[in-house]
Write a protein that binds this ligand. Structure first.
Ligand code: DAH
Length: 428
């Protein structure tokens, strides 16, 4: 199926430019909900909207809702995203995401006993510096835009990749590590895209004594080791599959590659990787070393390994889903419970200059939540006056039950109202 070939992979492989200018005040990341943090927050009360109190525990740190969701122009985190912050699917040993994480751990533990340090509870609220600057994402890179990333304030984001932790862990002296975590991206809506998903990052550092005597230059040594290790990982997960390496671009690696496997009659991207840019090592206390790094999306792989047809299923608490998986059972095939009928609703409007599909999808998700399965542009034209009209088809479908006409009509009514109001478009 086409499900897994897109899904959250492209953003850093693009060099495209996008300018977003915003200069508001700094807000420290991942605030512990301690008295000092509370005190520093209170000075910002002026521009914070009162919100229902709600506090999450995350890796021993408490995060209050108004640390993350605020009525401020530099903040674009909706309530629906805050509610995902504490879920930590990757830390549940009987959830497909946790089972896959453990399966990957098993590969590294078997092949490099006691070598890799594992982190799965690092706070997803990070600074712009950690998320972008530290891994050399250019100042005008599209991923930095408010359209693509959730900003808590102008200097703080919900990490959009686990690479955000590379620099800090190198600085702390780690030379072999795996970081698993939830990552956040504003995106369109379909069966493979969800604004929260999970990644695993891997890094291995080599000191000169390791490559000296190999006859290879350090970069080639690291690249060879990288390819060998990741081919082994792909075989561990998928069995004896055909693989190919594709040259790629990432700001943080050079050379950069993507690994693809031939699975179910098509080539599928498994991960992005490369030899870490020397500048990252140099800035983080590793002047004499080389390193490789990789990043993989857990949902993308879990969807294929467990036959999970829709990315929303990972979030369901329906027992008919959760009871099908258990600890250590890699690749058990999901048996769909009855599929409920979709209902399609179209809406057309004249767009304005600031219209983006990600903003539209956010409004729709804010109202329909996981009842929206797909939003697709089905018509697009510009009239003689230069006005552009878009028609979107919204597919509503519950994973768990049949929806009534009344319920869908109410949702659609609300969507029309809010889209008009929040996006300033003119309904047709
Ligand atoms: N951070 C990349 C992404 O989210 C994935 C990635 C690619 C991570 C290459 C790496 C790497 O460490 O070397 O798209």
């Amino acid at each position: 199926m086409a499900v897994v070939s897109s899904a959250h992979s492209a953003i850093f492989s693009k060099t495209s430019l996008f300018h977003h200018i915003n200069g508001f005040k700094r807000f420290s990341s991942c605030l512990p909900f301690s008295s000092s943090a509370a005190a520093s927050l209170s000075s910002k009360k002026k521009w914070r909207q009162p919100v229902a109190s709600s506090v999450l525990e995350l890796g021993g740190i408490k995060i209050a809702k108004d640390d993350v969701v605020r009525d401020d122009p530099t903040n674009n985190v909706p309530d629906t995203i805050f509610s995902k912050l504490g879920m930590q699917l990757h830390r549940r040993n009987d959830h497909p995401i946790g089972i896959l994480k453990n399966g990957i751990y098993e590969y590294f533990d078997t092949n490099y006993p006691t070598k890799f340090d594992k982190f799965d509870d690092l706070c997803p609220i990070v600074s712009v510096k950690q998320n972008f600057d530290d891994v050399l994402v250019p100042a005008d890179h599209v991923s930095r835009s408010y359209n693509d990333t959730y900003y808590v304030d102008s200097q703080t984001v919900l990490r959009c990749h686990t690479s955000a932790h590379q620099a800090e862990l190198l600085r702390r002296g780690h030379t072999h590590f795996l970081v698993t975590g939830d990552v956040y991206r504003r995106d369109s809506i379909d069966s493979t895209h969800y604004p929260v998903f999970h990644q695993m990052e891997g890094v291995r550092v080599f000191t000169p004594d390791i490559w000296e005597g190999s006859g290879l230059d350090p970069t080639s040594y690291a690249a060879e080791d990288l390819k060998k290790s990741l081919e082994g990982l792909a075989r561990h997960l998928f069995g004896a599959v055909e693989m190919r390496w594709i040259d790629a671009y990432f700001p943080f690696t050079n050379p950069s590659y993507e690994l693809e496997i031939y699975f179910k009659e098509k080539w599928m991207e498994v991960l992005g990787c490369g030899v870490m840019e020397q500048e990252i090592l140099k800035s983080n206390g590793r002047l004499d070393s080389v390193a490789w790094a990789f990043g993989l999306g857990l949902e993308r792989l879990a969807m294929v390994l467990f036959d999970i047809p829709d990315i929303r299923l990972f979030w369901t608490t329906d027992e008919r889903f959760t009871s099908q998986f258990s600890e250590g059972q890699m690749g058990v095939k999901f048996k769909p419970f009855s599929k409920y009928p979709p209902c399609y609703k179209d809406m057309s409007f004249w767009i304005n200059e600031s219209f983006t599909e990600n903003n539209l999808c956010e409004v729709i998700r804010g109202i329909a939540g996981d009842l929206v399965e797909e939003v697709s542009l089905i018509d697009n034209f510009t009239n003689k006056k230069g006005m552009t009209s878009h028609c979107y088809r919204i597919a509503y479908r519950s994973m768990e039950r049949s929806l009534t006409d009344e319920e869908i009509n109410n949702l659609q009514w609300n969507v029309r109202e809010q889209v008009q109001k929040k996006l300033n478009v003119v309904l047709r």
